[in-house]
Design a protein around this ligand. Sequence first.
Ligand SMILES: Nc1nc2c(ncn2[C@@H]2O[C@H](COP(=O)(O)OP(=O)(O)O)[C@@H](O)[C@H]2O)c(=O)[nH]1
Ligand SMILES: [Mg+2]
Length: 308
Amino acid sequence: MSVMKENEMESSEQDLQDQPQKRRVALMGEFSAGKSTLSNLLLGADPMPTRVTATRLPPVWVSYGAPGATLVGHDGSEEDVDPAELDQVDLERTRMIRLSMESDALQLCDLIDMPGISDPNMSSEVWQSVIGEADHVIWCTHATQAWRQSEAATWESIREMTSGRNILLVTQIDKLTSQRDRARVLARLKKETGDQFSGIYPVALLDAIRAGEDEARWDASGAGPFIEALIEMLLRTGLQEDGVAVEEPEAEAEVAISEPVAAPVEEVAAVPDEPRVMPKRVQARSGTARPERRARGDAGDLQQLERF
Ligand SMILES: Nc1nc2c(ncn2[C@@H]2O[C@H](COP(=O)(O)OP(=O)(O)O)[C@@H](O)[C@H]2O)c(=O)[nH]1
Ligand SMILES: [Mg+2]
């Protein structure tokens, strides 16, 4: 079930090569909301080749390719670096770090892990220069202090720059231990953000990463509905000839809001009545081998999630 047949892999790669440009997804939010943890979940590994202890990093732009690291300066200069030295990145000079790795998710999109929005040690110019290049934003808001004033204000200032389809991820939902609190936070977020996001998804990212083969834990993490929505978002967006993402009309105007994931263990204990296939990593996969190029937005047919 988990291994892609070789011909499917080739056909899937061909589809992806046909795409003029991959979508670029920026992960944004306050410091410590869970952006880097989310990137680990999506990539199936930490994109930082070594343990980088620096807490202040410029935007980290991760693309598909042989493992490597490059520093991009504000002056446009590019310098390949030893990944082990990313710790010593000079924030004054470096506009972003570009990393490449061979992760399935990166066959679908590039990921940009952005610095925290209100980090007093980092000028917002550092990330503002990069956000304009993103097509979509996954905004990570910490469940216990969700959608602070600073988040609402920053989002207001940048959302026009995105393609219009963005996701609000309510991270660290495991820290709200009652179902009632979870429902309350989600209701407030829905009210305060209106139609500014395509969907609002509560997730426990560490649980999702640690779920392993534990299906109940994976389901309880809330990661499944979020990843499905993300893939749908990526496949739905068309590109104009100039490479600018345009939105195809939405089927439903409603903002998707996933159910608050079940709180603590006793509620999770029920055996899910679902097939033994769960999304674990984002994976490009073709349904049937067809020589001609597939229509965009043909999400269910073109890609599906599969757990390794
Ligand atoms: N309990 C819990 N902790 C989390 C979750 N996601 C991230 N964390 C922890 O929160 C801290 C900040 O996460 P990080 O991804 O570094 O945040 P970033 O600053 O937004 O990149 C780390 O210690 C993570 O392990 C979660 O869903 N639940
Ligand atoms: Mg981080």
